[in-house]
Design a protein. Structure first.
Length: 181
């Protein structure tokens, strides 16, 4: 099991691995899909603090700690009616909306790249943003064919390179160009 509240995270090293999963309430009723995750960008390795759900009534913001990510879906720890309404604060960075497909600068190498996926990691009971994938591998992962393409590439002696820019080295374009919270 993967979760937001102190349990071990397994099998979710990238945003694309969990984005768009079905969301169930604590009783197993379908609520919608996981649309996005959000962080406050000031930390060197920011912790995911919010999840944005796409429901039949629009978007619903929840605390990350209110979710448990299971192999096939995301489950709320309590019924939705029992959770207080949340709002994203000013300055928040939505990982999917504000980062995917955006050009960034790698401060360590002074090169630019387009974000194709985001690398996550569980640390001290929190899901954290480690880096931005700026390679073809991230794009292949997002469309669900990384494994087969990587297998073929290895067979012909040309394994796919990994191009992850550590989050501390990521320089973003002006926030005014990105969506607002």
């Amino acid at each position: 099991m993967v979760s937001g509240g102190g349990r071990t995270l397994r099998g979710v090293p990238y945003l694309s691995d969990i984005q768009h999963r079905r969301v169930l309430d604590a009783g197993g009723d379908h609520l919608g899909h996981l649309r996005d995750l959000a962080v406050m960008p000031g930390e060197r390795i920011p912790a995911v603090q919010w999840a944005i759900l796409a429901t039949g009534d629009g978007e619903r913001v929840l605390r990350w700690s209110d979710l448990a990510i299971e192999p096939a879906h995301v489950r709320l720890r309590r019924r939705l009616e029992g959770l207080p309404p949340e709002a994203l604060p000013a300055g928040v960075l939505r990982l999917g909306r504000d980062l995917l497909d955006q050009d960034i600068v790698d401060a360590a190498t002074a090169t630019t790249g387009k974000v194709t996926d985001l690398q996550l990691e569980e640390s001290a009971g929190q899901l954290r943003l480690l880096g931005a994938d700026v390679g073809y591998r991230g794009l292949l992962r997002r469309i669900g064919i990384e494994g087969p393409v990587d297998g073929i590439a290895r067979l012909v002696g040309r394994p796919l390179p990994r191009r992850i820019v550590a989050w501390g080295d990521v320089r973003l374009p002006e926030r005014a160009e990105m969506g607002t919270a």
